[in-house]
Structures are given as structure tokens and as C-alpha cells.
Design a protein around this ligand. Structure first.
Ligand SMILES: *[C@@H]1O[C@H](CO)[C@@H](O)[C@H](O)[C@H]1NC(C)=O
Ligand SMILES: *[C@@H]1O[C@H](CO)[C@@H](O)[C@H](O)[C@H]1NC(C)=O
Ligand SMILES: *[C@@H]1O[C@H](CO)[C@@H](O)[C@H](O)[C@H]1NC(C)=O
Ligand SMILES: *[C@@H]1O[C@H](CO)[C@@H](O)[C@H](O)[C@H]1NC(C)=O
Length: 494
């Protein structure tokens, strides 16, 4: 699994500072997303104390791998609806950092499954499988606790007589396995209705209840009340409604939200009819809504010091440009061609590059140098023309040693620029051959070439490999759209 690794000692500091960057974003998931957004205040109630199994993604909104995971994760959430909880924690939020640290999060995204263990202590396990909807769904379904009793002819009498007054639900089935749907129903009705399954082979039991077809779902309301055969579709909501005539399901955290918290949401909407607030504000409102915290805690506003990424260095002399980037021994350099008078697009491009560089600095990761150059200045004018660059603001990556260059195309936003830089770091994407005349010669003394060579070997590795500190770890290709488009098997069937 290819995670966005961060040196653990700097992770907290990096995250803390990054959240203050001007580009710090709201959470990845919208309120309408099937992924439940959880924070430090409600994690214990929604995840830790739930009787259901959950999968929790610990992420940062700026992390490219987290953004890539989003569609698959939302698809998994849709598929697991009613069966397990699919949640996400934004570790970029100040209030969540302690939780993320406590959960041992060292890189983004980190996926963990959480399910109740003995004595209410949850069992937390890392999910390291494929980052596809199918991979996640299968792993989570596998971790749903099984409270469904398998009853045979032999133990039928004792099953029916124990807890005589407690309601029982029995699924008569031809299958030898227990479905995720029935397991989740048993969890909803823990200590309220005993859920069991009986195979078609158990003739005595099947005859006693006069079962003629499979699957058949039967409710025994308890005491000496008549059994009731379920006639509806084998869908979770309908089955839960059917069973509710014998007892109310345990209030799970997600359904609790539909009462108290929805009211809060409505109130909030009234208070601010215009949704033109900044996105980060919206997030903090959201997390406040879903909390149990006393009102006193709600009003606490945390002042976050604003840290601005240092500007990338500017090169104004032709010689220096040749020395740094445009020679036959030069490794990858990123050049931002801007007019010397800057202007808005130039500022946007330079700011995005500065933030990408700063992020790597905070995470103590090597990254090739970025330079600002002015295409209306003699230092860069000829290079700009040789590359045939069309615009006023252009970003290119040049590798003099290997003779390639790449042209950035995009809106100069942080996400877009970061994605482009990441692709270069991972050696992804097409490179173009450098035209003649771009690369100049630097006079070198013979003794220096040895040093250069040693340094080269180190740098080459840094440039082409992922940011994973583990030696030899190959970047795993992300889920291909082809693999994702395959249907995820439904787990809703019995
Ligand atoms: C939560 O409870 C409701 C019924 O109260 C149920 O329909 C829903 O599927 C439950 N959520 C999970 C994850 O099981
Ligand atoms: C989860 O619950 C256990 C006890 O059941 C507790 O020790 C632990 O701190 C809780 N974890 C979180 C993150 O709340
Ligand atoms: C359950 O208890 C009732 C009386 O409370 C009794 O009539 C009935 O036979 C009992 N059923 C079983 C299966 O033991
Ligand atoms: C979990 O199950 C127990 C019964 O074992 C029930 O009392 C409790 O309310 C359930 N908790 C939740 C959060 O549904």
C-alpha cells in the first residue's frame, strides 16, 4: 500500500502548520456524502462505542492519495449502507490532531477497521488492502461481528425455550453462511431480539414452522404469541421495520443524528441563509453540530497562527540559471516563468509552488528546486522562446542531465500544481525532449566530477521514487478506473 508517509516526529508539526496555510481546505466529504464525518468530539460515541463495525479513514484534505481514494471510498460507503459505518476523520483540523495521533496515524490516508471486542473494548485493525471499493467492502464485511445463532434440529427446543419472553427472529435458508445483512440486523437488535438462522436441511425445524420456500424470515414475538412470517422484500430497512413490532432496535449513532442533530442543522441553516461563508468555516460548523459537548465548550475559538510559505527564490542572471538548472549535470528543476511585474496569475502560480515546496520542507522530504524566472529579462528570455511557451505565466520542469522537459498545464491552483509535481516525483507522465540551445555548458574542474557523481546517485533515487522512506518500496499503482468500474458484489442479499 502506498501511503503518503510523513516522518512521525514532524507529522504533528507539519499538519499543524499546514492547516494554517491559505490553501487549507474544508474536509474532503460533503455533508450529503455517504461517508460519515467524524471528529474528536463524537468519535467515541459514533465509532468507539458502536455495536457496529466501522471503517475509518484518517486523512488530510491536501493529500493527493486521499483525494484519489474519495470516489472508491464513497462507493464503498454506499455499498455498506446499513451494514457497517464508513467514516472519515480530517486530521488537518486542529481539534482532531490528538485523536489522529492517539490512533497512531503516521501517513495519509490511513484506514482502520474498528469493531466491538470483549468487555466493550474496541478492536482496531489497519486496513492495508487495495484502495478500491471492492477491497474495502470485502474487508469490512469480513469484520462484522456475528451474533446470529445457527440453530439445528438438535438444539431447536433449547433455543425456543431459553429466554422465552424474548422475541426471536429466524431466517430459514438454503445457505450455510451468514450474510452481512442478517449479521447487521442481529447487531441492531442486540439484547432485544435474538436472531438465528436455520438451514433447509433441518427437517424438524422446517416442518415445525411449515417452511415451503427459501429464504423465509419468521418473527417469534415472545411468550406464547403466534409467529409472524415476513412477506416483504429482503431489504434491511423493511426488515428492521418488521422486527420493530417486537422491540425497538438499539439507537445507533447514525440514526441518532437524524433526530437531535438534524434539528441543529436546520437551526443553523436559518441562522445563516447565505452559504457564502468560507469553506473552512462550514467545516467547523459541521463538526460542532455533531457533538455532544456542553455549550461552554462550543464557544471556544482556537486562534491558529498563520504561517506563510516562504517565496521560492528568483533567478535574475543568465549565468546563475545555467549553473542551477540549464547544464548537462543538472537534475530536475522547476522554473516558473512570470513577467517581472507579476500580476494576479503570476502570484497564484508562485504561491502554489511556494506552498508545495513548504509542505515538503515541513515533512522533511527532498524535492527538486523551484525558481522564479522573468521571461522579459535577458536571463530567461531565450529559454522561454526556445521552448515555444505561449502564455504570460508558464511553469516547466527541466532535467538538463537527461535532456527532458515538461510543461505544466492547469489553473495554477495548489491542488493542480501539487498533482503535477507529484507526477514528476513519481516519474509518471510524458516528457519532451529538450530543444537544442536550452542547455548551456558550465566549466568544471575534473576533480569535481567525482563528487557530482556520488551526489547524483542519491538524488536520482529521491527524484524517481515515492516519498516512502522504506527502501525498495515500489509505488503501488492506484486503482485504475477499469478495476473500479467492476461491479462490487452486493452484500445486501441473505
Ligand atoms: C442504524 O439504525 C437504523 C435503524 O434504527 C438502521 O436502519 C441502520 O442501518 C443502522 N446503521 C447501521 C450502520 O447499521
Ligand atoms: C475507546 O474506548 C476505550 C475503552 O473502551 C478507551 O480506552 C479508548 O480511549 C477509546 N478511544 C477513543 C479514541 O476514544
Ligand atoms: C413460554 O412461556 C409461556 C408462558 O409464559 C408458555 O405458555 C410457553 O409454552 C413457553 N414456550 C416455550 C417454547 O417454552
Ligand atoms: C449496544 O448493544 C447493547 C446491548 O448489548 C445495547 O444496550 C446498547 O444500547 C447498544 N449500543 C448502541 C450504541 O447501540
Amino acid at each position: 500500500m502506498h501511503a503518503f508517509n510523513i516522518n512521525p516526529t514532524t507529522a504533528i508539526a507539519a499538519v499543524a502548520l499546514l492547516s494554517a496555510l491559505p490553501t487549507a481546505q474544508a474536509g474532503l466529504y460533503l455533508k450529503s456524502s455517504p461517508v460519515v464525518q467524524v471528529d474528536a468530539k463524537n468519535y467515541d460515541r459514533i465509532i468507539n462505542r458502536s455495536n457496529h463495525t466501522s471503517v475509518v479513514e484518517f486523512y488530510a484534505p491536501w493529500c493527493g492519495h486521499c483525494q484519489n481514494l474519495k470516489p472508491a471510498y464513497e462507493k464503498a460507503a454506499k455499498n455498506l449502507e446499513g451494514l457497517a459505518q464508513v467514516a472519515a476523520v480530517n486530521c488537518d483540523e486542529d481539534e482532531n490532531k490528538q485523536l489522529c495521533g492517539m490512533m497512531g496515524v503516521k501517513g495519509f490516508p490511513t484506514l482502520k477497521t474498528v469493531r466491538p471486542g470483549k468487555k466493550g473494548k474496541p478492536i482496531v485493525e489497519d486496513y492495508n488492502g487495495p484502495r478500491t471499493a471492492k477491497g474495502i467492502v470485502d474487508a469490512v464485511v469480513d469484520k462484522i461481528n456475528n451474533h446470529v445463532k445457527r440453530v439445528t434440529d438438535k438444539d431447536l427446543d433449547s433455543f425456543l425455550s431459553t429466554k422465552n419472553d424474548t422475541a426471536k427472529a429466524i431466517l430459514f435458508t438454503e445457505k450455510g453462511t451468514t450474510s452481512a445483512l442478517l449479521k447487521s440486523i442481529a447487531i441492531d437488535f442486540l439484547d432485544v431480539i435474538t436472531v438465528a438462522q436455520i438451514r433447509d436441511k433441518e427437517t424438524k425445524a422446517n416442518e415445525l414452522f411449515a417452511i415451503k420456500s427459501y429464504p423465509t424470515f419468521v418473527l417469534l414475538p415472545g411468550g406464547d404469541k403466534e409467529s409472524i412470517v415476513y412477506e416483504g422484500d429482503l431489504k434491511k430497512d423493511d426488515m428492521v421495520k418488521f422486527l420493530s413490532q417486537a422491540g425497538q432496535p438499539n439507537p445507533n449513532a447514525t440514526s441518532a443524528k437524524s433526530k437531535g442533530e438534524k434539528k441543529a442543522e436546520k437551526k443553523d441553516k436559518k441562522a445563516s441563509p447565505k452559504s457564502s461563508e468560507s469553506s473552512s468555516k462550514t467545516t467547523s460548523t459541521e463538526s460542532e453540530e455533531s457533538t455532544d459537548a456542553p455549550p461552554a465548550e462550543k464557544s471556544v475559538e482556537v486562534e491558529v497562527p498563520v504561517t506563510v510559505a516562504p517565496r521560492i527564490p528568483a533567478i535574475t542572471e543568465a549565468d546563475r540559471l545555467t549553473q542551477e538548472c540549464l547544464n548537462r549535470n543538472a537534475h530536475t528543476c522547476v522554473l516558473a516563468f512570470v513577467p517581472s511585474a507579476h500580476g494576479e496569475p503570476a502570484e497564484k502560480a508562485l504561491t502554489s509552488l511556494a506552498e508545495v515546496a513548504f509542505k515538503h520542507t515541513l515533512a522533511q522530504r527532498h524535492l527538486f528546486p523551484f525558481f522564479e524566472v522573468h521571461h522579459d529579462n535577458e536571463a530567461a528570455e531565450s529559454v522561454f522562446k526556445s521552448l515555444g511557451l505561449p502564455g504570460e505565466v508558464e511553469i516547466v520542469a527541466i532535467n538538463g542531465k537527461r535532456g527532458w522537459w515538461r510543461h505544466y498545464e492547469g489553473d495554477f491552483s495548489f491542488e493542480s500544481v501539487e498533482g503535477w509535481i507529484d507526477a514528476i516525483r513519481l516519474g509518471e507522465g510524458a516528457k519532451e525532449k529538450l530543444p537544442e540551445g536550452v542547455i548551456g555548458e558550465v566549466a568544471e574542474e575534473p576533480t569535481e566530477s567525482v563528487e557530482v557523481k556520488i551526489e547524483e546517485d542519491v538524488k536520482v533515487e529521491v527524484e524517481t521514487e515515492s516519498d516512502t522512506p522504506t527502501k525498495g518500496a515500489e509505488p503501488t499503482p492506484e486503482a485504475t478506473p477499469a478495476a473500479e468500474s467492476k461491479e462490487v458484489p452486493r452484500h445486501e442479499e441473505l
